[in-house]
Ligand binder design. Structure first.
Ligand code: G16
Length: 559
């Protein structure tokens, strides 16, 4: 590769850094108020371009702030396998975003290039796919990213337009594997896998209650229109999509979306009719990489509905059971089939009841990582079949390439038609899931399949275990980076005394568990509490939030 310093300096001069702002590479890239992001996004374009040269592969760059409010925006980089940017590159991305002027930008790049064996391995040409969600600032910021990519000689910026984040990740992965990588290819692959799975459903299986589809909250974001397109292809999927971003429907992520439903435990806007709420409902987040499910349950003695949430933990458990069933059917009859290592990955937010169920009832290994799919994904990739989900509905299923190869080539000498079908089903599952990143559209399809195989209503699914009552709160502090954690974010090491205070509070309630961590996408400290009753979980969360406010210099009134 060859760096053209003049080209870079000229391009960088058009994107001066905002004064007094430090950009941190957070849980999923840079995220801030859109008005100050041009410079960071331009420079993220440079990072993506260099990564493309370094790996000799296509890289993706997505303009989105996912669950954040509409005035925010951000940038996520998809690496060559369609997963998040390799973490070794995060410090470089952060230094570059914070360089003071074009000369510093050039210097940071030169230092980085000279540090590793970049020149030895880098290609002379590269390609970055650029996508954006529906935020109004997206057009401007995508242009900044394009200019960043093109500031590096030999790298082509391919503008893919409005996409969900997982679609862009999928395209990067498909393109690097030499497969069809268009948006249409994405719909075709998912719908093909879905159709095969429904066709291979054992006779007699089906929903106990009449099949009536899902009512889906599109968070007024990009997911709604993409889901409509998918529905146009997958004829067997009945959907009533609301909050699609139309004029009268409201703002992106405002009182709608997966984050709102999961954190607030409230129905999204336009889900008002009591009779409807008992049906199967789902909510996407702003860029459709997360999904949660819910339904309404008549509140005792009241003319109102309680929201019953089926979060990422319930999705994970459903998928684990479905896949385990396929493996059991296969292995019990086809004795020569190699042993398969199935494992799941969760974070500290996982409800204790889900972890217990996975371990004790299903006998599945459970690993714990810090928050952020970038952590969960890599852990899950260690298993032949690795499933990961954050409680917020972000997750997917990974099938190791070697395992997929076995599925493709294995020809059973024993076993019934049913066990052979299990082989084909596992292959079809690999088509429906997005192996790059969590994908709300793909998860919706697989949930439908798994429920049909189990013959379960949403209420049956909900009842596989009972969540321990929990509560999440946010605390605004002067500098959230002063909060330091350890042990997969289950314990705080700084500020001193905070962990001791949390331990004392957790000890005051039955089955108490609580932790705090700085958010990597919002300017807040997150508090999670779990306990034997809802009142105890609420009071534990409040008490811990007050300690955070006191010991970590809270802003405004204590919670
Ligand atoms: C991103 C990450 C998720 C993470 C979430 C919240 O999701 O991809 O893994 O759980 O942020 O992170 P934090 O608690 O650090 O703010 P999204 O959907 O917002 O891109």
């Amino acid at each position: 590769m060859e760096l053209d310093p003049d080209r870079l300096l000229t391009a960088a001069a058009a994107f001066p850094p905002p004064e007094g702002v430090h950009f941190a590479y957070g849980t999923a890239g840079f995220r801030a108020d859109a008005s100050i992001l041009d410079c960071a996004v331009f420079r993220a374009g440079i990072v993506a371009a260099l990564r493309s040269l370094h790996t000799s592969s296509t890289i993706g760059l997505m303009i989105t702030a996912s669950h954040n409010p509409i005035q925010d925006n951000g940038v996520k980089i998809a690496d060559c396998n369609g997963d998040m940017l390799c973490q070794d590159w995060e410090p470089f991305a952060e230094s570059l975003a914070n360089a003071h002027n074009p000369r510093d930008v050039l210097q940071v790049i030169l230092d980085f290039i000279h540090k590793g064996n970049f020149f030895n391995s880098a290609a002379s040409s590269g390609r970055v796919l650029l996508g954006r969600d529906t935020r109004p600032s997206g057009v401007r910021l995508l242009n900044a990213a394009r200019q960043g990519v093109e500031a590096i000689l030999g790298v082509d910026a391919a503008v893919m337009g409005v996409l969900t984040t997982p679609q862009l990740h999928w395209m990067v992965r498909a393109s690097n594997r030499g497969h069809g990588a268009s948006e249409q290819d994405y719909y075709s692959q998912l719908s093909h896998g879905f159709k095969c799975l429904l066709e291979m459903k054992p006779p007699g299986k089906g929903l106990i209650t009449p099949w009536d589809g899902f009512i889906v909250d599109g968070a007024n974001g990009v997911g709604a229109s993409k889901l409509s397109r998918l529905q146009g292809i997958v004829k067997d999927l009945k959907l009533d999509i609301r909050n699609s971003g139309g004029e009268a429907e409201g703002l992106l992520n405002e009182l709608v979306g997966a984050d709102y439903v999961q954190k607030e435990r409230k129905f999204p806007r336009h889900f008002g009719h009591l009779s409807e709420l008992a049906k199967r409902c789902a909510s996407l987040d702003g860029d459709a990489d997360r999904i949660v499910f819910f339904y309404g349950e008549q509140a005792e003695g009241a003319d109102a509905m309680n929201l019953r949430l089926l979060d990422g933990d319930k999705i994970l458990t459903l998928f684990a059971m479905f896949i385990q069933n396929q493996l059991q059917e296969l292995c019990s009859e086809v004795h020569e089939f190699p042993a398969i290592n199935l494992g799941v990955v969760q974070t500290a937010y996982a409800n204790g009841a889900s972890t217990r169920f996975l371990k004790e009832n299903l006998g599945i290994q459970v690993a714990l990582t810090p928050t952020g799919v970038k952590h969960l994904h890599h852990k899950a990739a260690e298993f032949d079949i690795g499933l990961y989900f954050e409680a917020n509905g972000h997750g997917t299923v990974l099938l190791k390439e070697e395992f997929l190869q076995v599925l493709r080539t294995f020809s059973p000498k024993s076993g019934t038609e049913g066990s052979r079908r299990s082989l084909q089903r596992l292959q079809a599952i690999s088509e429906v899931v997005n192996q790059g990143i969590g994908d709300a559209l793909s998860v919706l399809l697989l949930v439908e399949v798994a429920l049909q195989y189990m013959g379960w209503s949403i209420q049956d699914w909900d009842s596989i275990y009972t969540d321990l009552p929990s509560r999440q709160l946010k605390v605004k502090v002067q500098d959230r980076t002063l909060i330091k954690t350890t042990d997969a974010e289950t314990r705080v090491t700084h500020p001193l005394n905070l962990q001791a205070a949390i331990d004392v509070e957790a000890g005051k309630v039955s089955s108490g568990r609580a932790f705090v961590r700085p958010s990597g996408t919002e300017d807040v400290v997150r508090v999670y509490a779990e306990a034997g009753t809802q009142e105890e979980a609420d009071s534990l969360a409040r008490a811990v939030a007050i300690h955070v406010h006191e010991l970590a210099k809270g802003v405004g009134a204590p919670p």
